[in-house]
Design a protein around this ligand. Structure first.
Ligand code: PEP
Ligand code: CO
Length: 449
């Protein structure tokens, strides 16, 4: 690694970066962030890597989820609590389905920057820089708001710190809701043909929790000690660089802005700046794999990012779409197998199933999301591989952004509570229902395809 430094990416082409009008101002912000305390520790990062290594060999299961893009406005108690609650509830349901430890990783406390399909946005005759997330610029369509502002990076660091502080306090102090799954809001399931089964799942989780409390004499120790890790797309490289540090008594460099960054589909160029940056940090990392990914490209990415084959280092997150996963996934699974590597395979059933309706809303259909997950389990199984996790865009709130689910949200419902600035998220009910559907699928064994 003698040729790598936290800023060596700057000599490469960096896709999806804003153009800051004042490079001095950017420099000052980066210097300031680099002096502030880290958001996570290298112990936590190594702990997560070890857990991911266990998931890669089938001894644990990864649940990764959260907003497509976090917004500064949502750095408030209610949305954060709601996100944590749905993540914890889904994880209990998945423990029930998988009978394995579930590793909880939020798309949280740093998911403030987004790749965009165009650098600019035109409205009438006015052309302005695209909105790239709250870390980069503001959403309002004025020149001032859309001009990239490096001080927003500092605001992002602070919001991430506040979010993480609150999450740590909640998870440390016990999260009472979870002791009583009978209070979970699963009223949506009544109309569903799986209602009885969902109630059985919740009952059985409640029994297990009471059993543990009774036997250990510790009131829901399980829930008092939940671990929640953070992740975000490692996209805004100046932000990532500013928090890349050495720590005492460990070799190498850590990105201490998050436990687990991932490289998005649009920034996975082999000779690009994002691959250059990520190859030098010790964190475990995700790589998104879309239909455009090829065997040769993937193999080269693995060689570049994980030359030493460190257990838990690489999580491959496929996001093919329900219609493409059957053709797109098998060649990638085969090519990784030929390398002899052990990686963690995870399904993101969101990003390949996005559609824009005639009324202008970007949405995703619950059935397609579930279909991609179920097909992914089956494909891995058939190939002698293993799906070891799922990756969702979701919120604990009652938004109306994705269609379907037991409450059967229809196109006309979307306008009621469509709040995402970027991609549509599963709401509380849809997210819990999806976890239950996955648990049911896992408990009953895969269906023949
Ligand atoms: C995302 O996860 O929000 C994202 C942009 O994903 P992808 O890179 O897979 O499109
Ligand atoms: Co998204």
């Amino acid at each position: 690694m003698s040729d790598w430094r936290p800023d060596s990416w700057q000599a490469r082409t960096a896709a999806q970066q804003p153009t800051y009008p004042d490079p001095q101002a950017l420099r000052r912000v980066m210097d300031e962030i680099s002096q502030l305390p880290p958001l996570v520790t290298s112990w936590e990062v190594e702990d997560l890597r070890e857990r991911l290594a266990r998931a890669a060999v089938g001894d644990a299961f990864l649940l990764q989820g959260g907003d497509c893009a976090e917004s500064f406005d949502d750095c408030r108690a209610e949305p954060i609590t709601a996100k944590l609650k749905i993540l914890l509830q889904m994880s209990l349901v998945l423990v029930h389905g998988t009978r394995k430890q579930v590793i909880r990783v939020g798309r949280i406390a740093g998911q403030y920057a987004k790749p965009r399909s165009a650098d600019t946005e035109a409205r009438g005759d006015v052309v302005l820089p695209a909105y790239r997330g709250d870390l980069v610029n503001r959403e309002a369509f004025t020149e001032e708001d859309r001009t990239p502002d490096p001080t927003l990076m500092l605001r992002a660091y602070e919001r991430a710190g506040l979010t993480l502080n609150f999450i740590r306090a909640l998870t440390d102090g016990g999260f009472a809701d979870l002791h009583h799954p009978e209070y979970w809001d699963i009223s949506f399931a009544h109309g569903s043909r799986h209602a009885a089964e969902y109630h059985r799942i919740v009952e059985s989780i409640r029994d297990s929790i009471s059993f543990v409390s009774a036997v250990t004499g510790i009131d829901s120790q399980v829930l008092r000690q939940v671990d929640v890790f953070t992740s975000h797309e490692g996209l805004a490289l100046p932000y990532e660089q500013a928090q890349t540090r050495r720590v005492p008594r460990r070799d190498g460099w850590y990105n201490l802005s998050t436990h687990m960054p991932w490289i998005g589909m649009r920034t996975a160029q082999l000779d690009g700046a994002h691959v250059e940056y990520h190859r030098g940090i010790k964190n475990p990392m995700g790589i998104k794999l879309g239909p455009a990914m090829t065997d040769a490209w993937l193999t080269a990415l693995l060689d570049a990012l994980d030359p030493d084959r460190v257990p838990g280092r690489i999580t491959l997150v496929h996001r093919m779409g329900a219609d493409k996963v059957a053709t797109g996934l098998p060649p990638l699974v085969e090519s990784v197998r030929r390398t002899g590597r052990t990686v963690l395979w995870v399904c993101d059933p969101m990003h390949g199933n996005t559609e824009t309706l005639p009324n202008g809303y970007k949405t995703r259909r619950f059935d397609k999301i579930l279909a991609e997950v179920e097909q992914s389990f089956a494909i891995h199984e058939e190939l002698g591989s293993r799906l070891g996790g799922v990756h969702f865009e979701m919120t604990g709130e009652n938004v109306t952004e994705c269609l379907g689910g037991a409450s059967n949200l229809l196109e006309g419902d979307l306008e009621r509570a469509y709040r995402s600035r970027v991609d549509p998220r599963l709401n509380y009910e849809q997210a819990l229902e999806l976890a239950m559907a996955i648990a049911r699928h896992l408990r009953s064994g895969p269906k023949p395809r």
